[in-house]
Structures are given as C-alpha cells and as structure tokens.
Design a protein around this ligand. Sequence first.
Ligand SMILES: [Fe+2]
Ligand SMILES: [Fe+2]
Ligand SMILES: [Fe+2]
Length: 418
Amino acid sequence: MFKPFDEKPMPVDQGVMDWKSIYPTPYSKQEVDPYTKIRIILMNGIEVEATMFSHQFHRNCVNNDIRRELAMLRRIEQQQQKHINWLKPIDETQIETTIGYEHVAVDLTAWLAQNEPDPYVKEALDFALLEDFDHLYRFSNLLHLDQNIPSQNLVKNLVEITPGRPTIAEHRHPYDTVRNHVDFKSADIRTMLNTLIITAGEQQTMNFYMNLGNTYPNDLGRQLYQEIALIEEEHVTHYGSLLDPHSTWLENLLLHEYMECYLYYSFYQDEQDENIKPVWEMHLNQELSHLHKAAEMLSTHENKHWDEVVPGTFPRLLQFHDTRDYVRQILGEQVELTSDRETLSMVSDLPDNHTFFQYQDRVNHDVTAVPSHVVIDRHQNMHGQDYRAEVEPNPVKALTNRSADNTTVARSKNLARV
Ligand SMILES: [Fe+2]
Ligand SMILES: [Fe+2]
Ligand SMILES: [Fe+2]
C-alpha cells in the first residue's frame, strides 16, 4: 500500500523542466494502446484543472507568501500539462482525438461508478455515462461520414459504438443540472477522489470542444461540436455541484495534489508503454513534492494537519478495463431517466409543464435542425444505415433500428416503455 506522506520528496523547484524534457516523443497513432491514450487525455485534463484551480485561488487570496508558492507549483503544473498534451502526434486529427475523449468519458465514468460507495454519486455517474456514450456514437458517425474511418479501429473494440441516451434528449433546463453537494468531512476518500477526477475530466472535454469545435472543416461537424459542447457544460455543472463547497482553498489545494499523486501512481503501476511509463514516474515525483508543500501550507496558514482532510493510504488504484457489459446493463435499465431538480426521474413521470419539456421545446422544437440527429440521418441516407460497432444489438429495443434515428426515447412522455 502506497503512503504518499511517508515518501521523502524532492524540493518543489527541482521539478522545473528544461525544453528538452518538456517536449516529449509523441506516441504512434497506429500502435498506441487505447488505454495509454485515455490515460494521457485524462492526465492532461487533470493538469489543466490543477492550473486553473490555482489561478482562481491566487485571484482570491490576499497573502503573497501563499501566492508565491502557488505561482511556483502552478508553473510546474503547466509544464506537466504541456509535457502530456504534446504526446499527441502530429498526424492525429481533431476528430480522432475527440473519439479518444469520449472513450475516456465512457471507460472512466464506468470505472468510477463501479467503485463508488455513495449511492447518490453513483447515480450521478451512471446518468452522465449514458450521455457520453451517445456522443461517442454521434462523433463516430461524423468521422465515418466525412472520412470513411471506422472509430472501431481507434478504440480497438474495447468499447461499443451504439446509441446511448440520445443526445437530443440530454438538453435540460439549467435548474435541473445542479445536484446536492457531498460532505467531504464524512465522505469516503473514493467519493472525494471520484468527484474531483470526473469534474476535471469533463471540464477538459468541455474546454476542448468549446475551443476547437469551430475548427472542424465543415458546417455539420462545427454544429455537432456546438451541440455536444453544451451538453458538456451540463456535465461540468452536474459533477462540479457534487464537490464540497465547505472545503477551504488550502484544503482544496491539498485535495488536488493528493488526486494527482493518486492518479500518477495508479497509471505508473498500470502503464505498459515504455515511452510513457517514465512520464508518469517523473510527474509522480513532482506531485509528491507538491503534496508535501500543500500539507505544509495547510499547517502554517490554517493550523490543520493533512490527516484532517485525506487518509494516509491510497484507496484501490484506478485501472482502466473493459466496461462493455456494465455500460450495456446501465443503458438497458436507465436510458429513460432525466433530471428533476436534484433528483433523477423517468421522463414519463414528469408533469407536462416540467422545465425539461419547456427547455426541450425551446432548443429542439425543430428536430430536423438538431445536429446530433442530422449527422445520423445523413449517414443513413448515404450508407443505408448508421455506423455502429456492437457485440450484440442495442439493449434498448427502440434504439436497434439502424436505418432511422430515434428522437423520442428519453425525451417524450408518451413513448411506450421498450
Ligand atoms: Fe500536476
Ligand atoms: Fe460529458
Ligand atoms: Fe500538482
């Protein structure tokens, strides 16, 4: 069992890298293990969160002793982010990277849900899992429509490509996207880590689509990115609302560094790619120095011991694996769930005047203009059917028809249960 506070870390400033160490040898897009790729995508998102959290802390802090330490830590988080994000090779296109982003969303969310002790948080994870699963299907159809590339080749059959909760049904009133927060004082460490990790991961997907969605080379693709970027806004609100707002800034810094150590240690243990394994090892050593620094700052400025915030031993390590059966099961059981303020509800149980229907009517009143529907429709017109990679037919009967895109599942009250 790894105990991060028992390690003897190097001084923080020894983590500063020179240009040669910051610019990595990229992976090969033909040969990379899809799980290596999703570890890279996730850790980029984690480093982006480390950086942006630190900037917000800095702007809300009057103490320059703290602000200088934050600037030091943040510079290294920034270097780590560059080191990881530049592992993407030159020939991997934006849409190919996007398939990786949605693959992470599916496998990460499923793993976290399977390892989540708090039923309310597990419910929240299962809920958004089905939505990112559908994004993978919509983007895969775009990729196949435009370039004839089967996404299957990119994810190497580790995840199925088939409709989830249809994206058109995911557009909800903002009031229905806010969940209750967790109490970190009584929560299991797995819940704290899971909510921090998934919020950072979804936030990076949101950032990626909001910044690069407009560079896709045709209108339909640009429209699809716009639409899915807005679902990611919902997901970041959904997950961000689970985090405990009572944590102080310094407690939160400690939590962030602890999460980074946990993930780098997990991935260092699991990584088979010999070019990438040393990256996780190097960053783990940098993060251990950050964690000890954060603990020191918490003690100096708030007179709190780290063990009031996190335990000394890591919980079960994060290990990506095949989650196809789990996703299938959740899809079969929960496709028709939507959100009713802080709780989840079957669409058929909502009153006719619910904010869900009001919002749907506002944005989706013209179904033929909804990009996530149009992309499937166009693929069906061109190839006679949509693009899928399934082990068995979709577990939801209404989603098994490959020649007509279903726009009523999880959206219309009057649909007979399937
Ligand atoms: Fe970091
Ligand atoms: Fe998402
Ligand atoms: Fe860090």
